[in-house]
Design a protein around this ligand. Sequence first.
Ligand code: TMP
Length: 212
Amino acid sequence: MSLFITFEGGEGCGKTTQAKALYGRLSRLAIPAELTHEPGGTALGSQLRRLLKTRRQDEISPEAELFLFAACRIQLVSGVIRPSLQKGKVVICDRFADSTTVYQGYGRGIGSTTIKAVNEFATRGTKPDLTVLLDIPVGKGLGRKQAKMKDRFEAEEIAFHDRVRDGYLKLAADEPERWLVIDATLPKARIGEIIWDRVNQLLNKHHLSLRH
Ligand code: TMP
């Protein structure tokens, strides 16, 4: 009864908090779960995360950035996500391939054919059963970050973040059965309940399908 759940959203949307809360809830119910994140989640991924998030003098080209995220993902999918799914766990991943589609695709302007091919290669076809989008107006999300502490992505211009938000909403509209879109300005506890309702439904469905 494996389940793959991803969390997505723009800067400051609170997805890390919600991913952790969901993991905590599953653990308290003794449901085997794995919580991981992108970029990161492996030794290589953590090193690449630092490289990708730290502001720098020289520019990383959009294409190089795309492949660095893909390298993180390949390592995470083969080393953590697939083995955990094979063990029947609920895998929760804070960001996944949809982040590449919106940040490197919509944000940086790399064409969708390239993005699709790279995502397909990096994920080896591993696709989330559920993707939670915490949707937040750009100004509000960025306002939750301290100006001095902004990383390479948070420091991008507003238009970049607007493209990212629009991209997410388009993806969600195109595939409504996979995406759960939640207003990220709602109280944290309310968001947690909305997510839990959906996850609970999925867990029941998977149990039922096992019995038949
Ligand atoms: P975060 O996980 O702390 O939000 O930081 C990750 C940053 O990296 C975030 O700004 C989004 C960005 N990102 C991409 O641009 N492409 C990707 O494929 C992933 C996973 C993240």
